[in-house]
Design a protein around this ligand. Structure first.
Ligand code: DX5
Ligand code: ZN
Length: 221
């Protein structure tokens, strides 16, 4: 099992002050920046692209940037994000015609690759590709918006993916995205997750450090 990572989703940050917000959340103890890319096609919302990722790098953000692509088709935007400074690039199998090829493309571009499973996406999508992944991301809400409630069946799914990872002796991350809070992170971690995206729980709080530290403490219990 890997170290615990807290990855605040900038979807809930104040976009008018994004550089400062990201700087503050990292100073507060966050490990990664979770960067939600939505295209108003694969998901019913529109957010930010590679230019904003590059702007964060130019602003001096050095932490890993975890780019979550909710974009269809996905392949053509991958090189742009790699150039813009993405560390991890994750995508949804429904948004790629050739999942194995898309994983290869992300790695060729020098980034770490992750596959994202929606709440209703079966684990069988991992069968022939899990060995090539650096991360599995389980959505615990339907993608498109911050501030939704955690879907409880994700816990069981998380246990199943943890078992799969361990049985195959893989050293990859298991990330959960959606509705992660200070008061449910312990239960999620107990199901085998090691990487936690939290948007509204962090950015809607007055004290980022307090939330990030409580999350880390509870996840490590
Ligand atoms: C949803 C996004 C999430 C979201 C998480 O499509 O992928 O990253 O911003 O936000 P919270 O933590 O508020 O559920
Ligand atoms: Zn996300």
């Amino acid at each position: 099992m890997q170290d615990i990572v807290i990855a605040p989703s900038i979807l809930s940050a104040d976009f008018a002050r994004l550089g400062e917000e990201v700087e503050n959340v990292l100073k507060a103890g966050a490990d990664w920046v979770h960067f939600d890319v939505m295209d108003n096609h694969y998901v019913p919302n529109l957010t930010i692209g590679p230019m904003v990722c590059e702007a964060l790098r130019n602003y001096g953000i050095e932490a890993p940037i975890d780019v979550h692509l909710m974009v269809e088709p996905v392949d053509r935007i991958i090189p742009d994000f790699a150039k813009a400074g993405a560390s991890y690039i994750t995508f949804h199998p429904e948004a790629s015609k050739h999942v194995d090829r898309t994983i290869g493309l992300i790695k060729e571009q020098g980034c770490k690759a992750g596959l994202v499973l929606n709440p209703a996406t079966p684990l069988s999508v991992l069968d022939y590709v899990i060995d090539k992944l650096d991360m599995v991301l389980l959505m615990s809400v339907n993608p498109g918006f911050g501030g939704q409630s955690f879907i409880p069946h994700t816990l069981q799914k998380c246990q199943q993916v943890r078992r799969l990872i361990d049985e195959r002796g893989l050293d990859i991350r298991l990330e959960i995205d959606g509705g992660v809070k200070v008061d449910n992170i312990e239960e999620i971690a107990a199901c085998g997750a090691d990487t936690f995206v939290a948007g509204s729980a962090v950015f809607n709080a007055d004290d980022y450090a307090k939330v990030v530290h409580s999350m880390k403490e509870n996840a490590a219990k």
